[in-house]
Each structure stands twice: as structure tokens, then as C-alpha cells.
Design a protein around this ligand. Sequence first.
Ligand code: ADP
Ligand code: MG
Length: 258
Amino acid sequence: MGKFITVHSFKGGTGKSFLAVNLATLYAMQGKKVALLDLDFRAPTLHVVFEPMFLKCWINNVLDGSINVKECMEDCSDRIDNKGKLFVSFADFSTEAIREMVSKGKKWEIEALQRLLQMRRDLLDNLNFDIVLADTSPGIQYLAINAVVAADVALVVSTLDDSDVTGTVRMIQELYDVFEKKTAIIVNKAIGYGTMNDGEKTKILNGLHEKYKETVIGVLPCFCEVGAMKRASVFVLKEPKHPFTKMIEKIATKLDAL
Ligand SMILES: Nc1ncnc2c1ncn2[C@@H]1O[C@H](COP(=O)(O)OP(=O)(O)O)[C@@H](O)[C@H]1O
Ligand SMILES: [Mg+2]
């Protein structure tokens, strides 16, 4: 039975899309059948990375109920030299589509949740994906929280910025815990973490909320190479031996075990 992992955060720019792309690629390279979904309808990103060529529809159409997810996936396995199976579903990045998605009402959101749950069943039970990774918008609006509700594991990405940490902890307590969601946290862009000694690293983690600390499955330092890299290249593919790739591999293993 496969696993649906939603990558979410309280604030924007924490590295969700970057991590979703790299984790999906890593899993596919390990031979898994992976689906990567762009559920960030406010700021779609995956089309910039994978440059789809044969698109017939968007994941927006799946949530509207007009089409099955199977029709809206592009086989991107060739981008990873066919090392495994990687299918990607893209969000409509036109200005009209983004405006439309952010102005949807509660009734649509509830229907969209049902369709998201159906999509989950289609991907895991009918199409036998091993891993589904969903990239989402930051924050607590319904669309993002729906994706968390549909997930087996909610992977939350936070920086060490104190407003991010405080918001993340509140979001987990007030929302995730209500759904009894299995939660894992990645602290990303931890400036200076790479060169800290163990004592300093422990001090940073001890400074976090007790609850927050327990579920941290990785702390990733801020790497200039990552920030400077063009979107269209996938870090773990381009830099397979880089220490950052090794850290993402460890995170993938921990997520697997959850
Ligand atoms: N550990 C890191 N070190 C340096 N830059 C990073 C790191 N993680 C992500 N980035 C960069 O930060 C920017 C924002 O990341 P992104 O994945 O788009 O965030 P989000 O999807 O959460 O808004 C991107 O340019 C990305 O390459
Ligand atoms: Mg993003």
C-alpha cells in the first residue's frame, strides 16, 4: 500500500517545492512509482521544473470534477534518465486560474475535498503508486488544509525564523492534531547549521518547542548552491554526491519508516 505525503508550511518560501521535487525524484530513482502533484494553486511551481510538453489538462480540472487524475499526469521519467517512474500533475499557472482558485467558496472547497480523497484512492489503490507527494500553498486556507486532510503523512517545512516556528507549532496544535495527522517536520534554511558542532546543534533543537522537537526528521542548512540553482535542474540529480543530497536521502528514509 502506497503513501500520500503532503508537503506544507505555515509561511511561504520555506522550501516546500524544492523538497517535494527532490524527494519525489529520489524515491523514483530508488525504483519507486512516484506521483508528484502541484496543489499550490496560488503559486504553481512544478511546471517550471519539469516543463511539461504533452499536457491535456490541469489538476485544477480534477478538483472541479471534470476529469480523472489519470488523464492529467505527465510521465516525466525521462527527466530522471528513466531510473524509475515519476509522474507529475501540474497546476494551471494562468492569472485567471490563480484568481479563480483563490476566490472559491466553502461549498466548492468541500466538494474539492471529496475529489481530493477520490484522487488519493485512484492514485494509491487503482494506479498503484508507491508514493504520492503533494506540494501545497503555505498557510491555513482550506485548499492547503484539504491536502493535509487527504495525507497519510503531513510533512511540514519551517525555517528557524521565530514567527515561522511559532506559527508552525500553532498550526500543528490547532489543525493537524484535530485530524490526528501523522506529522513530520523539516527545519530548512538553518543558517550556519552546517558548520555548528554537536553542542550548538543540540542547543538549537532544545530551543524549539517540546512538541515541535519530537517530530523533526531533519535539519537542513542554508546552502547557497541550492538557492542559486535554476529551477529546471533537480538538485539530487545534478549533485548526487553532495552532502545536501545525502541529507535529503536520510529524510526520505525516515519518511519511509513513518
Ligand atoms: N536549504 C536551502 N538553502 C538555500 N536555499 C534553499 C534551501 N531550500 C530551498 N531553497 C531555495 O529557497 C527558495 C524558495 O524555495 P521554494 O521551494 O520555492 O519554497 P516554497 O515552495 O516553500 O515557497 C528557492 O529558490 C529554493 O531553491
Ligand atoms: Mg512552492
